[in-house]
Design a protein around this ligand. Structure first.
Ligand SMILES: Cc1cc2nc3c(=O)[nH]c(=O)nc-3n(C[C@H](O)[C@H](O)[C@H](O)COP(=O)(O)OP(=O)(O)OC[C@H]3O[C@@H](n4cnc5c(N)ncnc54)[C@H](O)[C@@H]3O)c2cc1C
Length: 372
């Protein structure tokens, strides 16, 4: 079949790759350049999503844990296991047993695809492993593993693999302005092209493209932006980096003070990555970290670490928009599941995590191949 894929983020790229592997011809339309929107503004984690267990998203977590290992095996130069510490303080919102239960389940769901077991740590052990953490009210801790990637480069790597298959045409700087359910699409310059199938996988813009094409959308996207800051590591020694003792890369997963929200402190390209925030927005808003979000992340960090940071230590900040399926008013609790809508020859994808992009591609009604 001759198939159009609209959207050059990770979900569009993995979809193109899977379709090509199955012998289809693919034209990938991207309004800007590939991998320059949400897919390169992530927390850089190939993860199951420990937090999603609280929302009982067991299917998604299991699938993502499996995919975490797949990426690490396929592209070890761009994706590796990362040890994450969760320190438990007296005033944490969640008691230690909730973390213990979640981590036990996380390992269980990963099964044979696990990349490392979680551990319970005494106060002394977590203090020794993470000397930069403040110790007042520190009770105990946990460690577990997830994957870390260079999201932009890993997406380009996936596209390179797709290019090795015959019949891929990539059209960057080519915006699709209208689609129909017969398989016709119109470009910004007014030209029309016909395909056997169209896959609208434009991330946060997928619903808007349906609307502009007067096609009813079965799902509503809840656009929740998230910001990160990147801080020079020399100002925050050993808060996240490579352990002197075990030579393992490590970071943290921490509760925001007086909130149930969690944030990450991660080693990233010799610097420290801190994120993320959650802010509702519309598709036309400017996607930029706000001053309040930057202050929020600095305060969250300074609450836990001995050496404080300030705005001068930030070398970069970036934001992206999560295309979440609207399910609740609280973005932290919103489902991270994806959904697929089919209207004759048009398939639209809503949502979809970075980690699960390949599995999403395999579930599209044109591929529908169960991968082991
Ligand atoms: C702050 C934040 C942190 C995250 N952290 C993680 C994480 O650590 N791990 C994880 O697994 N997931 C994470 N996610 C989720 C993940 O990044 C996204 O779900 C995923 O990148 C979405 O990919 P996508 O291809 O659907 O969308 P995008 O990457 O946004 O790609 C869509 C593409 O479509 C193009 N496009 C739009 N409209 C048109 C049009 N009309 N014509 C042509 N092209 C068009 C856009 O230019 C864009 O390039 C995070 C998300 C955010 C926001």
């Amino acid at each position: 079949m001759n198939i159009a894929v609209i959207g050059g983020g990770i979900n569009g790229i993995m979809t193109a790759w899977e379709l090509l592997k199955q012998g289809h011809s693919v034209t990938l339309f991207e309004k800007g350049k590939v991998m320059q929107q949400t897919s390169s503004a992530s927390s850089k984690l190939l993860h199951g999503g420990l937090r999603y267990l609280e929302n009982f998203e067991f299917r998604l977590v299991k699938e993502a844990l499996k995919e975490r290992q797949w990426w690490i095996q396929q592209a070890p130069h761009l994706a590796q296991p990362l040890k994450l510490y969760i320190p438990i303080y007296q005033n944490n919102r969640r008691p230690a047993w909730i973390y213990k239960l979640g981590l036990w389940l996380y390992d269980l769901l990963a099964g044979r695809k696990n990349i490392g077991q979680h551990q319970s740590l005494t106060q002394q052990q977590i203090h020794q492993a993470c000397p930069e953490l403040k110790t007042e009210n520190l009770v105990k801790g946990f460690s577990y593993y997830d994957g870390q990637m260079d999201d932009y480069q890993l997406g380009l790597w996936a596209l390179e693999q797709a290019k090795k298959q015959p019949s891929l045409i990539i059209k960057e700087h080519t915006e699709v302005t209208k689609i129909d359910i017969q398989g016709n699409l119109t470009l910004a310059d007014g030209t029309t092209n016909s395909f056997d199938k169209i896959i609208n996988i434009a991330g946060p813009w997928a619903e808007q493209l349906l609307k502009e094409s007067n096609i009813k959308s079965n799902y509503t996207l809840d656009l929740v932006s998230g910001s990160h800051i990147l801080v020079e590591s020399n100002v925050i020694p050993a808060s996240a980096g490579i352990s002197n003792k075990t030579n393992e890369k490590f970071g943290y997963f921490l509760e925001i003070l007086n909130e149930r929200r969690m944030f990450f402190v991660l080693p990233y390209q010799g610097k420290t990555l801190i994120g993320t925030t959650e802010q509702r927005q519309t598709i036309n808003d400017n996607i930029q970290p706000s001053e309040q979000e930057i202050d929020y992340l600095i305060n969250a960090y300074n609450h836990y670490f001995k050496t404080p940071i300030n705005k001068q230590n930030i070398v970069q900040s970036f934001a992206g928009v999560r295309p979440l399926i609207k399910s609740t008013d609280n973005p932290t609790k919103a489902t991270r599941e994806y959904a697929i809508q089919q209207n004759k020859n048009l398939i639209t994808v809503f949502g979809g995590k970075w980690t699960t992009a390949r599995q999403l591609a395999l579930k599209l009604p044109v591929t529908l191949k169960k991968d082991k």
